[in-house]
Write a new protein. Structure first.
Length: 723
């Protein structure tokens, strides 16, 4: 038995939210403020019985609040037959199997069709019809009182800000909204929940079906002196182990030894407290020995552990140090393991009760305080620990489903790609969850299985942080990677508003394969730029030895042409060989087309047919060299040389990566930028480093002032820095 899907309505950012869960681990990731913690909170509020389970007015989704306000202020009252309860809703879709015990779930089944193996549990905090009427009545009275206050204040020449519906509900929403628990009919063919067909469900029944526990990101661990968080957890571990009878033999031995100690200590106490005992006896009573007392030892195993158990760690073979001497990372990790151990015991439940049918554990942001290597170790080992499920010695075993929410690219990198659930913000009031299995299907359905395998390996091994970025820059190689931070700095100096270096931007090196990432870019909806080369060339006939007859291919008879690289402003330039440009522009190869595009036509987004099309409101900008200083370069290097000839040829600067012969010829005008870029660059990464080494600040202290950023890169960075 397992939870296959969670549906949430009107809770914070989760306006109309669907989350499919895996059999074991579901890894929830996404940028900040995309609802990861909200998922935990709504599960806790509905599935856990605690003081934290109360809802607050700000838990309502903002869009829902606007709709509620319009509903209550509408002069026309809705008839009961047309009214549907509104509010915060959670639906948990459960699938059961032939091997499962149906003792608990059979009481809430709404369909006896043997093919329908699903149950939909519903949890609601909603405004029923009678409460809707009462709220309208109360708000009308509230509105009149506020209007009278404003009138009186105006007459007294005072300012008074009238309160509205939100103010009324801020403290009194619980008067109108009520919690209910239901089992809904479920159409497994659609699949959809039938909200008009349901039965009410008792809380005790829910507990037997679902047991929910969580480890919060707000853990109490600190490394302050005298902090004993870990030590105090030992008593909780003992308490949960005692309740489940999992270690009955050793616990019984522990209790026996405490009883023996009680007897010994009681004898000592008789001597230690004899004086006070005798003084009490002197006060006497009507009868002899009426005020006679004894002081005996009554050691309690739980309290003994809580007050007297100390967690230490070994510094070396001869030294032991208290827990608070350890680093926060290790303390946090150990505390999590302790807490998970406690919760596993609680899932097992007391020895006279069976575990719940479904056991769901939520671990929030386990990476807190831990360095990257420790995060790798955590995710690798937590799978092994929790993968064992809930095992009891009496044979009552259950599967454990667990959700981990994280901001850690290290945890993502070492996880199964198909376990990942990516939360994507649609707008300021709505979030959706996208499983990466859906992305895989999109690639495979289009015959791009190899591209997906490359993407999967690349992201998990190198650039998992892309999942958490707000924006991205896709580059071809080392030159751009080395120089981009400096270029971003220069753009920030020139245009200081919304500085690039203060934004969450990932720089991803993809070589000539940026088109492979196109489905992923669209999938996560990230704003990005692709910086590539126009790669211009022309074709020239290949002749036989006679120099007159053009060669042909033996199999087809087609004429043979040789590809000749050239600058984009060369009169012979006709085509581009750049795979990304050809892909994003519907297989266009003609240079004239690309040279004629301004910035707006280079901004792209996918249309309904899933085709990349030009759109000024798009989220992807594909950049390549543009004409600058009456020259249209083919690559970054010749674009940089053209714009910064004085910088490159200045004898005060040193460029060992540039061949002396060609640099000299370029300096005296014998060759152009294209020739220097093609023949004279010994190492592109070395050239990029040398550009930085030869950079100088201006009189105002602005760095990298003695060279300029090529226009095509500058316009892209300016576009990217805007929201």
């Amino acid at each position: 038995m397992k939870i296959v899907k969670i549906q949430i309505e009107n809770f914070r950012l989760l306006k109309n939210f669907r989350l499919e869960l895996e059999d074991e681990l579901s890894l929830i990731i996404g940028k900040n403020n995309t609802g990861k913690t909200s998922i935990l909170f709504i599960l806790e509020k509905f599935l856990s019985q605690s003081d934290k389970s109360k809802f607050h007015f700000n838990d309502f989704n903002n869009t829902f609040k606007v709709g509620l306000k319009a509903l209550i202020e509408d002069p026309h009252e809705i008839a009961e037959i047309d009214y549907k309860s509104i509010g915060i809703k959670l639906k948990v879709i459960i699938e059961y199997f032939a091997t499962d015990s149906l003792t608990n779930i059979s009481t809430i089944m709404m369909d006896l069709d043997p093919l329908n193996t699903f149950v939909a549990l519903g949890f609601e905090y909603t405004l029923g019809y009678q409460d809707y009427l009462q709220l309208r009545k109360d708000y009308t009275e509230f509105f009149i009182r506020e209007r009278d206050k404003a009138t009186a204040a105006a007459a007294a020449n005072r300012n008074y800000k009238s309160r509205g519906l939100y103010d009324l509900l801020q403290n009194d929403h619980a008067k109108y909204f009520k919690v209910s628990k239901k089992s809904f009919a479920y159409d497994y063919n659609t699949p959809t929940v039938k909200e008009d067909k349901y039965i009410e469900v008792e809380e005790n029944t829910i507990k037997e079906i679902i047991n929910f526990k969580y480890v919060s990101a707000k853990r109490e661990v600190t490394n302050k002196e005298r902090n004993n968080t870990l030590s105090s957890q030992t008593s909780k571990i003992y308490k949960s182990a005692e309740a489940t009878n999992e270690q009955a033999e050793v616990i019984e031995k522990f209790k026996d030894r405490l009883n023996e100690t009680d007897d010994d200590l009681s004898d000592i106490y008789q001597t230690l407290f004899n004086d006070i005992i005798q003084n009490v006896k002197k006060f006497g009573g009507i009868k002899a020995n009426e005020s006679e007392i004894e002081i005996i030892s009554t050691l309690k195993q739980r309290e003994l552990l809580e007050g007297n158990t100390t967690v230490i760690y070994k510094h070396d073979a001869d030294h032991q140090l208290p827990e608070y001497y350890n680093g926060l990372g290790y303390m946090n990790l150990i505390s999590m393991i302790f807490e998970i151990e406690i919760l596993i015991h609680e899932f097992k439940r007391e020895k006279d009760k069976k575990p719940s049918d479904i056991n769901l554990l939520f671990i929030e942001e386990p990476e807190a305080h831990t360095h990257p290597q420790m995060q790798y170790v955590f995710i690798k080992n937590i799978k092994k620990l929790l993968g064992e499920g809930i095992k009891r010695k009496d044979g009552e075993n259950r599967q454990l489903q667990y959700i981990i929410s994280t901001h850690s690219s290290c945890i993502v990198a070492d996880s199964d790609f198909n376990d990942i659930k990516y939360l994507k913000k649609l707008n300021s009031n709505s979030v959706i969850a996208k499983g990466l299995k859906d992305l895989e299907k999109e690639y495979t359905d289009n015959g791009e299985e190899q591209n997906y395998r490359f993407l999967k390996k690349y992201l998990t091994l190198n650039r998992a942080e892309l999942f958490f970025a707000d924006k991205a820059i896709f580059i071809e190689g080392d030159t751009e990677r080395i120089l981009l931070p400096a270029m971003m700095k220069k753009v920030d100096i020139e245009k200081p508003e919304d500085p690039l270096l203060s934004q969450n931007i990932s720089i991803i090196e993809v070589g000539a394969h940026s088109h492979i990432f196109e489905r992923f870019i669209e999938f996560i909806g990230i704003k990005g730029i692709i910086i590539t080369d126009i790669d211009s060339y022309y074709l020239t006939p290949v002749f036989e030895a006679d120099g007159v007859t053009q060669k042909t291919y033996p199999t087809t008879g087609n004429p043979v042409f040789e590809t000749i690289k050239c600058a984009a402003n060369d009169l012979n330039a006709h085509y581009t060989s750049n795979k990304s440009l050809i892909f994003f522009h519907k297989q266009r190869k003609d240079i004239a087309y690309f040279k004629g595009l301004d910035l707006g036509w280079k901004i792209l987004r996918k249309n309904r047919k899933k085709e990349w099309v030009s759109n000024r409101k798009g989220y992807l900008l594909v950049l390549y060299q543009m004409e600058e200083s009456t020259y249209h370069a083919r690559s970054f290097e010749d674009a940089f040389f053209r714009l910064n000839k004085t910088f490159i040829t200045d004898t005060a600067n040193s460029f060992p990566s540039l061949t002396t012969k060609y640099l000299t010829e370029y300096s005296n005008g014998t060759i152009d930028e294209f020739a220097l870029a093609e023949k004279g660059v010994g190492s592109k990464p070395s050239l990029a480093i040398e550009i930085l080494l030869n950079s100088k600040p201006d009189a105002g202290g602005n760095e990298f002032s003695n060279w300029e950023v090529p226009a095509y890169i500058k316009e892209g960075l300016i576009w990217l820095k805007q929201d």
